[in-house]
Design a protein around this ligand. Structure first.
Ligand SMILES: *Cc1c(COP(=O)(O)O)cnc(C)c1O
Length: 477
């Protein structure tokens, strides 16, 4: 594919902007020393350039995208229409409350519904991502202990089946991280938890369903152990797609939770945002919440910061238009749609897992939640074909690879999350492709290391691509 700079011809342009009819006098200090080197092309060339780029991009609208731990579900385009309404887009965050009553109502209702779904009493919509919501929730826990003069609680317990952001957020919030192992079934090791919990415990962070796609059956015992030790319980609810409307963190003994609107509540995920990771808490923590608290008074909605707030974690009300999409989504699926979504997400994952488990080795032999983890270790051992090779081969058949080499506690892991928005036919096609790839691998293992064959770049140096991406055109080269 030719780059836009390579197609450029000096003097070529699309004249859509009329000639300037006033004198051009920019202030001297604004003038560039040299004019910018912009590509010069006709309008149709520009259009084709971006269309070609879009075709190179794999998205949910282009095919099956079972990227585990990411909930890459289809998000109805109509929600974008709701978020584009001028009443939502043409406002200023410093406008007086009486001029933005509709927007305050969006916030108030979204918070209320999300509290109802999670079993929390209050929520802030300010955090911009899941990890940011974790950080915010941990600051609530810290503020709580400090407000009671309990200064020795410096440790956060994190099971090894937690999402990688959990220990990172705890460290960012100034806690010491205590890792505890999972047992052979993939659940929290209760004896290890009992041994770790004590007077220095600030809290526990639990990802549930955890990163191996399992719901911990001892969850109430887990939260009891931590509460008995004087700590608080944090629920990483980024995987809420599996349980929403069916089970509530607030009923399982959790004090703080974050959820990812850009996974579960209909904002597309990926590409760097904007996202939203609301943090919810029980009533005894609500005065610490950051951002504006929206209150219903007799005649209007009013916004004001909470009394003992931890300070803002982002400007104003966070990514407000993501909130609009979440509310529009909730209203469109309704009370019944919330648990139905979760049930179908779990059904789809179990369906696909059962279509594959005679060939592929599942890391844990259990009913999964919204995703399942397979281990390619036996295959790798037997014929030298790795999880990476299988993932790359799937690309050739039009499937976006599952999450690879995560969670870390499973070797040669592939983590598959179909989501509820896929039909049974799509799942059958996907199963057939996974099985075909298995056959390909056995027919010619060495061939698998060369895949994919259908992409422009086959096996980039992934570390280099992430750390030193070349995103500028080098005119000198
Ligand atoms: C995605 C995810 C996160 C982090 O969310 P970001 O928005 O990427 O920061 C945290 N925990 C779990 C379980 C997740 O799946």
């Amino acid at each position: 594919m030719k780059l836009i700079f390579e197609r450029s011809v000096p003097g070529r342009c699309s004249r859509l902007i009329p000639e300037l009819d006033v004198p051009c006098v920019p202030p001297d200090f604004c003038l560039r020393e040299k004019p910018p080197r912009l590509p010069e092309l006709s309008e149709s060339q520009v259009d084709r350039h971006f269309t070609e780029l879009a075709k190179e991009t794999r998205g949910v609208n282009g095919g099956f995208y079972p990227l585990g731990s990411c909930t890459m579900k289809y998000n109805p385009a109509v929600l974008e229409a709701a978020a584009s309404l001028p009443g939502f887009t043409d406002i200023h965050p410093l406008q007086p409350d009486e001029t933005v009553q509709g927007c305050l109502e969006v916030m108030e209702r979204t918070e209320k519904y999300l509290c109802e779904i999670t079993g929390m009493d209050a929520m802030t919509l300010q955090p911009a991502a899941g990890a940011h919501g974790e950080f915010t929730g941990l600051l609530l826990i810290k503020a709580y202990h400090l407000s009671r003069g309990d200064t020795e609680r410096r440790k956060i317990i994190v099971p090894d089946s937690a999402h990688g952001t959990n220990p990172a957020s705890a460290a960012m919030a100034g806690f010491e991280v205590v890792n505890i192992p999972s047992d052979a079934k993939g659940y929290v090791d209760l004896d290890a938890l009992r041994a770790a919990a004590g007077p220095d415990t600030a809290g526990l962070m639990l990802t549930n369903p955890n990163t191996v796609g399992l719901f911990d059956p001892n969850i109430q015992e887990i939260t009891r152990i931590v509460h008995d030790a004087g700590g608080l319980n944090y629920y990483d609810g980024a995987n809420l797609n599996a349980v929403m409307g069916i089970a509530r963190p607030g009923d399982m003994g959790f004090d703080v939770v974050h959820i990812n609107l850009h996974k579960t509540f209909a904002t597309p995920h990926g590409g760097g945002g904007p996202g939203s990771g609301p943090s919810g808490c029980k009533a005894f923590l609500k005065d610490f919440l950051p951002g504006l608290r929206v209150q219903k008074t007799a005649d209007a909605l009013r916004s004001a910061p909470a009394e003992k707030r931890i300070g803002d974690v982002r400007s104003f009300c966070g990514n407000f238009l993501v909130t609009v999409k979440a509310l529009a989504y909730l209203l469109s699926i309704g009370r019944e749609g919330v648990p139905e979504t979760a049930a179908n997400a779990v059904l789809n994952a179990n369906y696909l897992m059962n279509r594959l488990k005679d060939l592929y080795t599942m890391a844990y032999d259990a009913t999964c939640m919204h995703e399942f983890v397979m281990t390619l270790e036996p295959l790798h051992h037997e014929i030298g074909v790795s999880a990476m090779d299988i993932a790359k081969a799937l690309i050739d058949y039009g499937i976006h690879p599952p999450t690879m080499y995560f969670p870390l506690i499973v070797h040669e892991a592939l983590m598959v999350e179909p989501t509820e928005t896929e039909t049974v036919e799509t799942l059958d096609e996907a199963a057939a492709i996974f099985r075909q790839v298995w056959e390909d691998a056995h027919a010619d293992p060495s061939h698998m290391h060369e895949r994919p064959f259908t992409t422009r770049i086959r096996r980039p140096d992934e570390v280099k691509a992430a750390r030193k991406p070349v995103i500028r055109y080098d005119f000198e080269a």
